[in-house]
Design a protein around this ligand. Sequence first.
Ligand code: AMP
Length: 433
Amino acid sequence: MPKPKIEKKITPLFTAPKGMQDILGEEEHYWRDLQRVVEKEAQSFNFKKIVSPILEDIGLFQRATGETTDIVEKEMFELTTKGGRSLALRPEFTPSVIRAYLENGLYAQPLPVKLYSLGPVFRYAQPQAGRKRQFHQFNFEIIGDKAPVLDAQLISLFWEILKKLKLKNLNIQINSIGCGQCRPAYERVLKDYYQRNLSKLCPDCRRRLKKNPLRLLDCKEDKCRLLANNAPQIVDHLCEECHDHFKDVLEFLDELELPYILNPSLARGLDYYTKTVFEVWPQEKDERQISLGGGGRYDLLVKLLGGRDTAAVGFAGGIERIIDLMKVQKVEPAKVAPPQVYLAQLGETAKKRALKLFKTLIDAKIKVAENFSKDSLKSQLRTANRLGVRISLILGQKEVLEETIIIRDMTTGVQEVVDIKKIVGEVKKRLRR
Ligand code: AMP
């Protein structure tokens, strides 16, 4: 066996920014598989793709996501253009999608409008396991209908994606956080409760209590979690409309036999949610309660951004976390079929002819490997062996002149010379054997 070459490691002049990573090699087929599943389910559920800019006016997130949320308060990547406009890298998709819906007059289409996106999202937080500064989400929104069946349908779509990725032991955490009618009264009750326990709260929650008491419910600090467990529950304070809506969502989930868990502490960190909120958690989740994705209804957001009164519901899945769980659960993503044919060439004339032949073969849907930068036949056949192809095609000066090509069976080593014009049929015939 030849000795492996030991490459001296280079110290690069630049490295990727903290909390951001390249996606390479082994990772790539997880990404490809996930993207394939998301696109396929989006089509089955009749969603249209929307690709919005990664940068948006910073005011969009301040207004939509909310000034008191962690995302807006501390986590936005902000920049000022030369013209003095303040922009932010999107920290989530929903505000961009609603901005695009309004700006492009999509409300004139038959409602509901169903849109999905996939791409990078940026949050400036301290990186740790499962938390990056650049990560990726797939995001689904149904805009223009308040029917509870849509909340259930979206949850089932998320579930279907995770199931198609062969993930196991998951559950759906669900809650209703009411609406403008019933939430204020509940928030007063909640404030009273936390006020009585002020000394037991973390500093962040003490600060948040005045402006956004609901946020205290899903604080991850141990002592705050203990308090949240005994806090008054919003389900006991929902108005009739929110109560009925939530009951209907749960009935639809029962109908779909989806395994949900009522979680009265689930509030989600964003300001725009009304009624249903949900997340999907792995059962083997650790104390940090890593969620794979989540979402909910946001019936007030479209109006808040200048549109008409329009109900909507959506969710986002975190791609890196889903891939991490695929690895933990040892789920093998669908691999791309390896090439079955290797195309080897010898000499300049043959290289030119091989370049054209390569195109003929891929047009005929034959998967071919090659290395046009190599000239030695020995090393090309070595690569063919390593790739485990069934056939190698060998093209030299003589073959080009005679308009032939050599077909080598890589298992037996037997070689045949055939007419190059018939090569597609000859290869297909051998691959069928
Ligand atoms: P959120 O709307 O904040 O709950 O985000 C939706 C999903 O995106 C989460 O459930 C995670 O799977 C993923 N996610 C959120 N923040 C991060 C992060 N900083 N790094 C990696 N994934 C994240």
